[in-house]
Design a protein around this ligand. Structure first.
Ligand SMILES: NC(=O)c1ccc[n+]([C@@H]2O[C@H](COP(=O)([O-])OP(=O)(O)OC[C@H]3O[C@@H](n4cnc5c(N)ncnc54)[C@H](OP(=O)(O)O)[C@@H]3O)[C@@H](O)[C@H]2O)c1
Length: 400
Protein backbone atom coordinates (compact mmCIF):
# COMPACT_ATOMS: atom_id res chain seq x y z
CA UNK A 1 0.00 0.00 0.00
CA UNK A 2 1.30 3.39 -0.94
CA UNK A 3 0.57 4.77 2.49
CA UNK A 4 2.31 2.05 4.47
CA UNK A 5 5.51 4.00 4.98
CA UNK A 6 3.66 7.11 6.08
CA UNK A 7 3.31 8.26 9.68
CA UNK A 8 0.18 6.94 11.36
CA UNK A 9 -1.67 10.20 11.72
CA UNK A 10 -0.81 11.06 8.12
CA UNK A 11 -2.19 7.76 6.90
CA UNK A 12 -5.38 8.35 8.80
CA UNK A 13 -5.81 11.86 7.53
CA UNK A 14 -4.84 11.02 3.96
CA UNK A 15 -7.61 8.44 3.93
CA UNK A 16 -9.84 11.02 5.48
CA UNK A 17 -9.41 13.72 2.86
CA UNK A 18 -12.27 12.91 0.44
CA UNK A 19 -15.48 13.37 2.36
CA UNK A 20 -17.10 10.13 1.22
CA UNK A 21 -14.11 8.08 2.32
CA UNK A 22 -13.86 10.06 5.52
CA UNK A 23 -17.40 9.23 6.50
CA UNK A 24 -16.85 5.51 6.29
CA UNK A 25 -13.60 5.84 8.20
CA UNK A 26 -15.16 7.55 11.21
CA UNK A 27 -16.87 5.89 14.17
CA UNK A 28 -20.59 6.66 14.37
CA UNK A 29 -20.65 9.21 17.22
CA UNK A 30 -17.70 11.05 15.71
CA UNK A 31 -19.38 10.88 12.33
CA UNK A 32 -22.59 12.40 13.64
CA UNK A 33 -20.67 15.17 15.34
CA UNK A 34 -18.49 15.79 12.35
CA UNK A 35 -21.52 15.83 10.07
CA UNK A 36 -23.19 18.44 12.27
CA UNK A 37 -20.04 20.49 12.16
CA UNK A 38 -19.96 20.12 8.40
CA UNK A 39 -23.14 22.18 7.95
CA UNK A 40 -21.82 25.46 6.60
CA UNK A 41 -21.85 27.78 9.59
CA UNK A 42 -22.98 30.70 7.46
CA UNK A 43 -26.22 28.88 6.84
CA UNK A 44 -27.09 29.00 10.50
CA UNK A 45 -29.06 31.94 11.92
CA UNK A 46 -29.14 33.97 8.74
CA UNK A 47 -31.80 36.66 8.66
CA UNK A 48 -31.93 38.65 5.44
CA UNK A 49 -32.70 42.30 6.15
CA UNK A 50 -33.01 44.20 2.86
CA UNK A 51 -29.57 43.99 1.35
CA UNK A 52 -27.68 42.72 4.33
CA UNK A 53 -27.60 39.79 6.64
CA UNK A 54 -27.54 39.60 10.38
CA UNK A 55 -25.49 36.54 11.22
CA UNK A 56 -24.58 35.00 14.54
CA UNK A 57 -20.88 34.16 14.70
CA UNK A 58 -20.34 32.07 17.80
CA UNK A 59 -22.34 34.14 20.32
CA UNK A 60 -22.20 37.56 18.73
CA UNK A 61 -24.45 38.90 16.01
CA UNK A 62 -22.82 40.85 13.22
CA UNK A 63 -23.98 42.51 10.04
CA UNK A 64 -22.63 41.13 6.79
CA UNK A 65 -23.12 42.72 3.37
CA UNK A 66 -23.09 40.59 0.27
CA UNK A 67 -22.41 40.76 -3.42
CA UNK A 68 -25.85 39.42 -4.32
CA UNK A 69 -27.35 42.84 -3.58
CA UNK A 70 -25.01 44.63 -5.99
CA UNK A 71 -25.44 43.26 -9.50
CA UNK A 72 -23.17 44.70 -12.16
CA UNK A 73 -25.82 47.10 -13.52
CA UNK A 74 -26.34 48.58 -10.06
CA UNK A 75 -22.59 49.06 -9.63
CA UNK A 76 -22.33 50.72 -13.03
CA UNK A 77 -25.21 53.04 -12.15
CA UNK A 78 -23.72 53.85 -8.74
CA UNK A 79 -20.30 54.75 -10.19
CA UNK A 80 -21.55 56.23 -13.48
CA UNK A 81 -20.02 59.65 -12.76
CA UNK A 82 -16.83 58.35 -11.21
CA UNK A 83 -13.29 57.74 -12.33
CA UNK A 84 -11.73 55.12 -10.09
CA UNK A 85 -8.02 55.94 -9.93
CA UNK A 86 -6.13 52.93 -8.70
CA UNK A 87 -2.66 53.97 -7.51
CA UNK A 88 -0.07 51.19 -7.31
CA UNK A 89 -0.10 47.91 -9.15
CA UNK A 90 1.25 45.36 -6.70
CA UNK A 91 -0.69 42.28 -5.70
CA UNK A 92 -3.85 44.20 -4.73
CA UNK A 93 -3.65 46.71 -7.57
CA UNK A 94 -3.52 43.88 -10.08
CA UNK A 95 -6.43 41.91 -8.60
CA UNK A 96 -8.71 44.80 -7.73
CA UNK A 97 -7.92 46.71 -10.94
CA UNK A 98 -8.68 43.85 -13.31
CA UNK A 99 -11.88 43.04 -11.44
CA UNK A 100 -13.04 46.67 -11.64
CA UNK A 101 -12.29 46.69 -15.35
CA UNK A 102 -14.24 43.46 -15.85
CA UNK A 103 -17.16 45.00 -13.96
CA UNK A 104 -17.34 47.61 -16.75
CA UNK A 105 -16.39 50.51 -14.48
CA UNK A 106 -14.34 53.53 -15.43
CA UNK A 107 -11.01 52.62 -13.86
CA UNK A 108 -7.55 54.01 -14.50
CA UNK A 109 -4.19 52.91 -13.08
CA UNK A 110 -1.45 55.21 -11.76
CA UNK A 111 2.10 53.91 -11.24
CA UNK A 112 5.70 55.04 -11.54
CA UNK A 113 6.61 55.31 -15.19
CA UNK A 114 8.72 52.40 -16.41
CA UNK A 115 8.88 50.72 -12.99
CA UNK A 116 8.12 47.02 -12.54
CA UNK A 117 4.42 47.79 -12.00
CA UNK A 118 4.15 49.89 -15.15
CA UNK A 119 5.44 46.98 -17.20
CA UNK A 120 3.08 44.56 -15.51
CA UNK A 121 0.14 46.89 -16.08
CA UNK A 122 0.95 47.12 -19.79
CA UNK A 123 1.14 43.32 -19.94
CA UNK A 124 -2.32 43.20 -18.36
CA UNK A 125 -3.70 45.38 -21.13
CA UNK A 126 -3.72 48.82 -19.52
CA UNK A 127 -2.94 51.39 -22.19
CA UNK A 128 -0.57 54.33 -21.53
CA UNK A 129 -2.38 57.64 -21.98
CA UNK A 130 -5.80 55.94 -22.04
CA UNK A 131 -6.17 54.16 -18.72
CA UNK A 132 -2.55 53.99 -17.51
CA UNK A 133 -0.85 57.14 -16.18
CA UNK A 134 1.86 58.25 -13.81
CA UNK A 135 0.72 58.51 -10.20
CA UNK A 136 0.16 62.28 -10.10
CA UNK A 137 -1.90 62.36 -13.31
CA UNK A 138 -4.08 59.46 -12.21
CA UNK A 139 -4.79 61.07 -8.83
CA UNK A 140 -5.72 64.33 -10.56
CA UNK A 141 -8.13 62.51 -12.88
CA UNK A 142 -9.69 60.29 -10.22
CA UNK A 143 -12.82 60.98 -8.20
CA UNK A 144 -12.23 57.87 -6.11
CA UNK A 145 -8.52 57.63 -5.31
CA UNK A 146 -7.61 54.06 -4.42
CA UNK A 147 -4.29 54.18 -2.61
CA UNK A 148 -2.80 50.76 -3.24
CA UNK A 149 0.83 51.76 -3.06
CA UNK A 150 2.92 49.84 -0.58
CA UNK A 151 2.28 51.15 2.92
CA UNK A 152 5.76 52.69 3.08
CA UNK A 153 5.22 54.37 -0.33
CA UNK A 154 1.87 55.78 0.84
CA UNK A 155 3.76 57.65 3.51
CA UNK A 156 6.59 58.72 1.21
CA UNK A 157 4.33 60.06 -1.55
CA UNK A 158 1.71 61.67 0.68
CA UNK A 159 3.05 65.27 0.57
CA UNK A 160 2.74 65.21 -3.24
CA UNK A 161 -0.61 63.39 -3.38
CA UNK A 162 -2.55 65.13 -0.63
CA UNK A 163 -3.11 68.46 -2.46
CA UNK A 164 -4.61 66.54 -5.40
CA UNK A 165 -7.23 64.81 -3.26
CA UNK A 166 -9.62 67.71 -3.35
CA UNK A 167 -13.08 68.31 -1.89
CA UNK A 168 -15.72 65.89 -3.14
CA UNK A 169 -13.29 63.08 -3.95
CA UNK A 170 -13.22 59.80 -2.06
CA UNK A 171 -10.05 58.37 -0.60
CA UNK A 172 -9.87 54.57 -0.50
CA UNK A 173 -7.42 52.28 1.28
CA UNK A 174 -7.05 48.51 1.58
CA UNK A 175 -5.31 48.76 4.95
CA UNK A 176 -5.90 51.05 7.91
CA UNK A 177 -2.12 51.46 8.32
CA UNK A 178 -1.55 54.96 6.91
CA UNK A 179 -4.38 56.96 8.50
CA UNK A 180 -4.49 55.07 11.82
CA UNK A 181 -0.77 55.52 12.50
CA UNK A 182 -0.73 59.05 11.09
CA UNK A 183 1.70 60.29 13.75
CA UNK A 184 4.26 57.91 12.26
CA UNK A 185 3.18 57.79 8.60
CA UNK A 186 2.29 61.52 8.33
CA UNK A 187 -0.76 60.54 6.23
CA UNK A 188 -3.23 63.11 7.57
CA UNK A 189 -6.31 62.78 5.39
CA UNK A 190 -7.98 65.94 4.00
CA UNK A 191 -10.99 66.98 6.09
CA UNK A 192 -13.41 67.38 3.18
CA UNK A 193 -13.32 63.91 1.59
CA UNK A 194 -14.91 60.58 2.45
CA UNK A 195 -12.28 58.08 3.59
CA UNK A 196 -13.18 54.41 3.23
CA UNK A 197 -11.54 51.01 3.43
CA UNK A 198 -11.99 47.70 1.67
CA UNK A 199 -9.43 45.18 2.92
CA UNK A 200 -9.58 41.82 1.16
CA UNK A 201 -8.70 38.96 3.49
CA UNK A 202 -6.17 37.43 1.17
CA UNK A 203 -3.62 38.17 -1.48
CA UNK A 204 -4.57 40.22 -4.54
CA UNK A 205 -3.94 37.12 -6.65
CA UNK A 206 -6.71 35.37 -4.73
CA UNK A 207 -8.96 38.42 -5.14
CA UNK A 208 -8.59 37.92 -8.88
CA UNK A 209 -8.84 34.12 -8.95
CA UNK A 210 -11.99 33.95 -6.84
CA UNK A 211 -13.64 36.66 -8.91
CA UNK A 212 -12.87 34.78 -12.11
CA UNK A 213 -14.31 31.63 -10.59
CA UNK A 214 -17.55 33.51 -9.96
CA UNK A 215 -16.95 33.53 -6.23
CA UNK A 216 -15.75 36.39 -4.06
CA UNK A 217 -13.16 36.94 -1.36
CA UNK A 218 -14.16 37.95 2.17
CA UNK A 219 -13.27 41.57 2.87
CA UNK A 220 -13.45 44.01 5.77
CA UNK A 221 -15.02 47.39 5.16
CA UNK A 222 -14.77 50.52 7.26
CA UNK A 223 -15.36 54.26 7.24
CA UNK A 224 -12.71 56.60 8.63
CA UNK A 225 -14.42 59.85 7.68
CA UNK A 226 -17.91 60.46 6.32
CA UNK A 227 -18.49 63.95 4.95
CA UNK A 228 -21.20 63.11 2.42
CA UNK A 229 -23.30 60.76 4.53
CA UNK A 230 -22.71 58.15 1.83
CA UNK A 231 -19.32 56.83 2.85
CA UNK A 232 -20.57 53.49 4.10
CA UNK A 233 -22.61 52.79 1.00
CA UNK A 234 -19.59 53.69 -1.12
CA UNK A 235 -17.43 51.29 0.89
CA UNK A 236 -19.93 48.47 0.34
CA UNK A 237 -20.23 49.23 -3.37
CA UNK A 238 -16.46 49.44 -3.77
CA UNK A 239 -16.06 46.20 -1.84
CA UNK A 240 -18.32 44.36 -4.26
CA UNK A 241 -16.82 46.15 -7.27
CA UNK A 242 -13.27 45.00 -6.45
CA UNK A 243 -14.43 41.40 -6.15
CA UNK A 244 -15.60 40.68 -2.62
CA UNK A 245 -18.29 38.13 -1.87
CA UNK A 246 -19.04 39.00 1.75
CA UNK A 247 -18.19 42.25 3.50
CA UNK A 248 -17.63 42.43 7.24
CA UNK A 249 -17.88 45.79 8.95
CA UNK A 250 -15.02 46.97 11.13
CA UNK A 251 -13.08 50.14 11.94
CA UNK A 252 -9.81 51.28 10.39
CA UNK A 253 -8.11 50.77 13.74
CA UNK A 254 -9.41 47.26 14.35
CA UNK A 255 -8.55 46.26 10.79
CA UNK A 256 -4.95 47.38 11.05
CA UNK A 257 -4.38 45.99 14.53
CA UNK A 258 -5.82 42.56 13.67
CA UNK A 259 -4.05 42.45 10.31
CA UNK A 260 -0.56 43.33 11.58
CA UNK A 261 -1.05 40.97 14.52
CA UNK A 262 -2.37 38.07 12.46
CA UNK A 263 0.29 38.13 9.75
CA UNK A 264 3.06 38.25 12.33
CA UNK A 265 1.31 35.46 14.24
CA UNK A 266 -0.61 32.39 13.06
CA UNK A 267 -0.87 33.43 9.42
CA UNK A 268 2.82 33.74 8.64
CA UNK A 269 5.50 34.52 11.25
CA UNK A 270 4.18 32.34 14.04
CA UNK A 271 3.54 29.37 11.85
CA UNK A 272 6.98 29.59 10.25
CA UNK A 273 8.58 29.84 13.69
CA UNK A 274 6.63 26.80 14.88
CA UNK A 275 7.58 24.77 11.80
CA UNK A 276 11.25 25.63 12.36
CA UNK A 277 11.20 24.80 16.06
CA UNK A 278 9.55 21.42 15.52
CA UNK A 279 11.76 20.52 12.56
CA UNK A 280 14.99 21.50 14.33
CA UNK A 281 14.17 19.36 17.37
CA UNK A 282 13.39 16.36 15.17
CA UNK A 283 16.68 16.79 13.31
CA UNK A 284 18.66 17.29 16.53
CA UNK A 285 17.09 14.06 17.85
CA UNK A 286 18.31 12.05 14.89
CA UNK A 287 15.36 12.07 12.47
CA UNK A 288 16.01 12.30 8.75
CA UNK A 289 15.16 15.50 6.80
CA UNK A 290 12.31 13.78 4.95
CA UNK A 291 10.79 12.40 8.13
CA UNK A 292 11.13 15.76 9.90
CA UNK A 293 9.60 17.60 6.96
CA UNK A 294 6.73 15.16 6.43
CA UNK A 295 5.87 15.23 10.11
CA UNK A 296 6.04 19.03 10.33
CA UNK A 297 4.91 20.61 7.07
CA UNK A 298 3.75 18.15 4.42
CA UNK A 299 1.16 16.44 6.59
CA UNK A 300 -0.02 19.80 7.90
CA UNK A 301 -0.50 21.55 4.59
CA UNK A 302 -1.56 18.60 2.46
CA UNK A 303 -3.77 16.72 4.83
CA UNK A 304 -4.73 18.27 8.15
CA UNK A 305 -5.04 22.03 7.53
CA UNK A 306 -7.46 21.55 4.62
CA UNK A 307 -9.66 19.52 6.98
CA UNK A 308 -9.65 22.39 9.50
CA UNK A 309 -10.39 24.83 6.67
CA UNK A 310 -13.22 22.70 5.37
CA UNK A 311 -15.10 21.90 8.52
CA UNK A 312 -13.29 23.01 11.64
CA UNK A 313 -10.87 21.75 14.25
CA UNK A 314 -13.18 19.09 15.71
CA UNK A 315 -13.62 17.63 12.22
CA UNK A 316 -9.85 17.31 11.86
CA UNK A 317 -9.51 15.76 15.32
CA UNK A 318 -12.34 13.34 14.56
CA UNK A 319 -10.60 12.28 11.37
CA UNK A 320 -7.49 11.19 13.24
CA UNK A 321 -6.65 8.26 15.49
CA UNK A 322 -7.63 8.30 19.14
CA UNK A 323 -3.91 8.29 19.95
CA UNK A 324 -3.31 11.41 17.88
CA UNK A 325 -6.46 13.03 19.24
CA UNK A 326 -5.59 12.42 22.92
CA UNK A 327 -2.14 13.92 22.59
CA UNK A 328 -3.22 16.87 20.46
CA UNK A 329 -6.00 17.88 22.86
CA UNK A 330 -3.64 17.65 25.85
CA UNK A 331 -0.83 19.58 24.21
CA UNK A 332 -2.95 22.34 22.66
CA UNK A 333 -3.52 23.93 26.07
CA UNK A 334 0.24 23.73 26.86
CA UNK A 335 1.01 25.54 23.61
CA UNK A 336 -1.75 28.09 24.20
CA UNK A 337 -0.55 28.88 27.73
CA UNK A 338 3.07 29.19 26.66
CA UNK A 339 2.38 31.22 23.54
CA UNK A 340 -0.22 33.61 24.91
CA UNK A 341 2.31 35.92 26.60
CA UNK A 342 4.16 36.17 23.28
CA UNK A 343 0.93 37.02 21.45
CA UNK A 344 0.19 39.70 24.06
CA UNK A 345 3.66 41.17 23.56
CA UNK A 346 3.04 41.16 19.82
CA UNK A 347 -0.34 42.90 20.18
CA UNK A 348 1.27 45.56 22.42
CA UNK A 349 3.92 46.23 19.80
CA UNK A 350 1.27 46.53 17.09
CA UNK A 351 -0.84 48.86 19.22
CA UNK A 352 2.00 51.16 20.28
CA UNK A 353 3.21 51.57 16.68
CA UNK A 354 6.51 49.70 17.06
CA UNK A 355 5.61 47.30 14.24
CA UNK A 356 4.47 50.17 12.02
CA UNK A 357 7.70 52.08 12.56
CA UNK A 358 9.74 48.95 11.80
CA UNK A 359 7.83 48.44 8.57
CA UNK A 360 8.17 52.07 7.50
CA UNK A 361 11.91 52.17 8.27
CA UNK A 362 12.67 48.94 6.46
CA UNK A 363 10.38 49.21 3.47
CA UNK A 364 11.26 52.80 2.62
CA UNK A 365 14.92 51.92 2.04
CA UNK A 366 15.93 52.29 -1.57
CA UNK A 367 17.27 48.73 -1.72
CA UNK A 368 14.35 47.09 0.13
CA UNK A 369 13.58 44.72 -2.75
CA UNK A 370 17.19 43.44 -2.87
CA UNK A 371 17.25 43.04 0.90
CA UNK A 372 14.02 41.01 0.86
CA UNK A 373 15.37 38.88 -1.94
CA UNK A 374 18.43 38.10 0.18
CA UNK A 375 16.16 37.05 3.07
CA UNK A 376 14.01 34.95 0.74
CA UNK A 377 17.16 33.21 -0.48
CA UNK A 378 18.19 32.51 3.11
CA UNK A 379 14.77 30.92 3.73
CA UNK A 380 14.98 28.93 0.50
CA UNK A 381 18.41 27.66 1.59
CA UNK A 382 17.24 26.39 4.98
CA UNK A 383 17.40 22.63 5.18
CA UNK A 384 13.70 22.33 5.97
CA UNK A 385 12.64 24.08 2.77
CA UNK A 386 15.22 22.28 0.67
CA UNK A 387 13.87 19.02 2.05
CA UNK A 388 10.38 20.30 1.23
CA UNK A 389 11.32 20.86 -2.38
CA UNK A 390 12.41 17.23 -2.67
CA UNK A 391 9.27 15.95 -0.91
CA UNK A 392 7.01 18.02 -3.17
CA UNK A 393 8.74 16.67 -6.25
CA UNK A 394 7.53 13.19 -5.26
CA UNK A 395 3.86 14.21 -5.32
CA UNK A 396 2.09 12.41 -8.15
CA UNK A 397 1.10 15.66 -9.83
CA UNK A 398 4.78 16.71 -9.93
CA UNK A 399 6.00 13.49 -11.49
CA UNK A 400 6.31 13.24 -15.21
N1 LIG B 1 -0.76 41.96 -0.62
C1 LIG B 1 -1.75 41.61 0.17
O1 LIG B 1 -1.96 40.41 0.40
C2 LIG B 1 -2.67 42.63 0.78
C3 LIG B 1 -3.87 42.21 1.35
C4 LIG B 1 -4.75 43.14 1.85
C5 LIG B 1 -4.39 44.48 1.84
N2 LIG B 1 -3.19 44.88 1.33
C6 LIG B 1 -2.86 46.31 1.31
O2 LIG B 1 -2.98 46.76 -0.03
C7 LIG B 1 -2.05 47.85 -0.26
C8 LIG B 1 -1.16 47.49 -1.45
O3 LIG B 1 -0.41 46.33 -1.13
P1 LIG B 1 0.19 45.36 -2.26
O4 LIG B 1 0.72 44.16 -1.56
O5 LIG B 1 -0.75 45.24 -3.37
O6 LIG B 1 1.37 46.23 -2.87
P2 LIG B 1 2.89 46.36 -2.45
O7 LIG B 1 3.63 45.23 -3.05
O8 LIG B 1 3.06 46.59 -1.00
O9 LIG B 1 3.18 47.73 -3.24
C9 LIG B 1 3.55 47.73 -4.53
C10 LIG B 1 3.26 49.02 -5.27
O10 LIG B 1 3.81 50.16 -4.61
C11 LIG B 1 4.57 50.86 -5.60
N3 LIG B 1 5.64 51.65 -4.96
C12 LIG B 1 6.53 51.22 -4.05
N4 LIG B 1 7.32 52.25 -3.69
C13 LIG B 1 6.91 53.33 -4.41
C14 LIG B 1 7.30 54.68 -4.47
N5 LIG B 1 8.29 55.16 -3.72
N6 LIG B 1 6.63 55.51 -5.32
C15 LIG B 1 5.61 55.04 -6.10
N7 LIG B 1 5.20 53.78 -6.07
C16 LIG B 1 5.82 52.92 -5.23
C17 LIG B 1 5.12 49.78 -6.51
O11 LIG B 1 5.48 50.33 -7.74
P3 LIG B 1 6.85 49.91 -8.51
O12 LIG B 1 6.60 48.57 -9.15
O13 LIG B 1 7.04 51.00 -9.48
O14 LIG B 1 7.93 49.81 -7.45
C18 LIG B 1 3.90 48.88 -6.62
O15 LIG B 1 3.00 49.34 -7.61
C19 LIG B 1 -1.28 48.02 1.04
O16 LIG B 1 -1.93 49.00 1.81
C20 LIG B 1 -1.43 46.66 1.71
O17 LIG B 1 -1.28 46.71 3.11
C21 LIG B 1 -2.32 43.99 0.78
Amino acid sequence: MASRGLPRALRCARVAAPRSVLSSALPRPALAKAAAAAVPRMAINQQPIRGLKSITFADSTETVYEREDWPREKLQEFFKNDTLALIGYGSQGHGQGLNLRDQGLNVIVGVRKDGASWKEAVQDGWVPGKNLFDVDTAVEKGTVVMNLLSDAAQSETWPALKPKITKGKTLYFSHGFSPVFKDLTKVDVPEDVDVILVAPKGSGRTVRTLFREGRGINSSIAVFQDVTGQAKEKAIAMGVAVGSGYLYETTFQKEVYSDLYGERGCLMGGIHGMFLAQYEVLRERGHSPSEAFNETVEEATQSLYPLIGGNGMDWMYAACSTTARRGAIDWSSRFRDNLKPLFNELYDRVQDGTETQRSLDYNSQKDYREKYEKEMQEIRDLEIWRAGKAVRSLRPENQK
